[in-house]
Design a binder for this molecule. Structure first.
Ligand code: ATP
Length: 513
């Protein structure tokens, strides 16, 4: 546990030191759970967004984009269920005065059971060596089965109690499991209460005429209310999708996990409109497609898993998360939800306008069903960044800190380094910068010994360094160094652009999907 915490602290301080993520309004001591992205963070975030957008919109001829406003008519949130049901169950510890999400306390307890299972697996792996069969072990070992059963039973009860709004039972569960406050160690809890997560604001100049508005808590509703606009103007045929990226706002009860849980964050959502009755087929298809998108980035299949929901949101008839191994354990990164006709149906009811699709083949109108994929851009950023940050011990016994970002996402693709700051090397290096900057983000660095500059670029996540030396003046060749392997190759200056492009080209990465 201490190790996990240390790793996470390193991630946060590295993100700050290298211009990726800053606390918002830091000079005023910050604003809780709100963050700003620095010069490198803004690029990484943009690249992740683009990687998603290309995979979703550009490469699918039946998915189109949208950019809806953050402010929406307040009735939207009545129709969507957010006014009444977008609540989290909160509980306070009377001794530490700390506030928690009751469901998260229980889920963390189950997370500890998962950690115990992992420990058993590691132990057994050692014991059985080569012969170890994880699948068999997981389905036959008595201890593992017991932990699994317990975890399942606990989550089932939590889901049922929350579903029935039986908050007293959620408290009873916390008490039965003897869950203590992580801060004070005390089990002196208040009752569980519901808390609405939407931020309110006002539209209009004078108090009498103003309208109460909400900052959108999800981008999805902008898609639903525009369903017919897009379908008609784009002459879209079902099945088709609308994709959108944009800010969402939630007044989260507990927000202590850096950019994992923020009060202002960005979502990348896609709503896929389908024929009623086909939702389970599409649910499986989108689960698989989205997992493939993640795996294309090469961050390790063992770091992902599906988690099927026991507790379904008010709009869903099936839901699964893609979980990622964050520095604090496996947690939700993306949600795939079968939302039925809940949203469109309710918008019809509340607006009095028909939101139906006319199927020319069957000559029938119907309200489409919806399959949604929803991922937090900031959470994806944290997954990519934390997974990339590594301490390596080199052959000579020294260590290096390296940020092994997938090259396609790295903020800077190449750093140009003149070996020394004289003899015309900076000028030649600058020429290379001027040539490459049309295609890539390029940085130039001439300060300190070249070894230190390599380390700096490693820590910055730059996949390539190009060193310009005296030989370059004579024969026009330079040294290209690869961040991950530290291998160096000599090549003509004119070959650098192609060598870099081969590794960072989005096309090559997206082809793996
Ligand atoms: P959680 O259970 O972690 O609160 P959720 O199930 O409420 O998440 P959804 O409503 O399904 O999340 O939102 C879709 C995605 O948006 C999530 O998978 C996550 O990546 C992202 N997301 C949700 N809330 C936040 C937040 N407060 N900060 C950053 N990202 C978020």
């Amino acid at each position: 546990m201490a190790n996990q915490e240390d790793d996470f602290k390193k991630v946060i301080s590295h993100a700050k030191e290298y211009g990726y993520v800053f606390q918002s309004s830091e000079i005023y001591d910050g604003l809780s759970a709100v963050y700003d992205y620095g010069q490198n963070g803004a690029e990484l975030k943009k690249n992740i967004r683009e990687y998603w957008w290309k995979a979703m919109v550009q490469l699918n001829d039946n998915i189109v984009g949208l950019d809806a406003a953050i402010f929406m008519h307040p009735t939207t949130w009545k129709a969507s269920g957010h006014t009444d049901a977008f609540n989290d169950p909160l509980i306070d510890n009377k001794d530490s005065k700390k506030r928690y999400r009751a469901d998260v306390l229980v889920e963390d307890y189950v997370g500890k059971l998962d950690a115990k299972i992992e420990k058993e697996v590691v132990k057994a792996k050692k014991r059985f060596g080569e012969k170890f069969n994880k699948q068999e072990f997981m389905t036959t070992n008595a201890k593992v089965l017991e932990y699994q059963e317990r975890g399942k039973a606990i989550l089932k009860r939590l889901g049922q109690s929350l579903g029935k709004e039986n908050l007293a039972d959620v408290k009873a569960l916390i008490e039965e499991l003897e869950i203590a406050c992580p801060m004070s160690g005390s089990r002196n809890w208040t009752d569980v209460k519901q808390f609405n997560l939407m931020f309110g604001t006002k539209l209009g100049a004078s108090a009498e005429n103003s309208t109460d508005l909400f900052l959108r808590p999800e981008t999805a509703q902008g898609i639903f209310v525009n369903f017919l606009n897009v379908q008609k103007s784009g002459r879209m045929k079902i099945p088709f999708g609308i994709a959108q990226t944009g800010k969402a706002f939630r007044n989260e009860i507990v927000a202590r996990q850096f950019i994992f849980r923020m009060r202002e964050f960005e979502q990348m959502e896609m709503q896929f409109f389908i024929q009623p009755g086909t939702q389970m087929e599409w649910y499986e298809i989108w689960k698989e497609r989205r997992m493939k998108w993640h795996l294309s980035l090469g961050m390790g299949a063992e770091n992902y898993r599906f988690h099927d929901h026991e507790k379904l949101a008010h709009y869903a008839d099936a839901a699964a998360d893609i979980e990622f191994r964050f520095p604090f354990g496996f947690k939700e990164l993306e949600g795939i939800h079968s939302r039925t006709d809940f949203d469109l149906g309710n918008h019809e009811k509340y607006s009095g306008k028909k939101l139906q699709y006319f199927d020319h083949e069957t000559n029938k109108n119907y309200v489409p069903y919806v399959l949604e994929t929803s991922i937090g851009l900031d959470r994806m950023f944290l997954a990519v960044f934390s997974n990339a940050l590594q301490e390596e011990t080199l052959e000579n016994g020294t260590t290096r800190t390296v940020l092994k970002l997938p090259a396609v996402l790295a903020p800077n693709k190449v750093a140009i380094l003149p070996l020394v700051k004289k003899d015309g090397l900076p000028e030649l290096a600058q020429k290379l910068v001027d040539d490459l900057k049309w295609d890539f983000n390029v940085t130039y660095d001439e300060k300190d010994a070249v070894g230190r500059r390599y380390r700096r670029q490693d820590a910055n996540g730059t996949p390539f360094c190009v060193t310009v030396d005296h030989q370059s003046l004579e024969d026009g060749t330079v040294t290209l160094r690869h961040r991950d392997t530290m291998a160096q190759e000599r090549m003509d200056m004119s070959a650098v652009a192609d060598a870099v492009a081969k590794e960072v080209d989005m096309r090559e990465w997206l082809k793996r999907i």
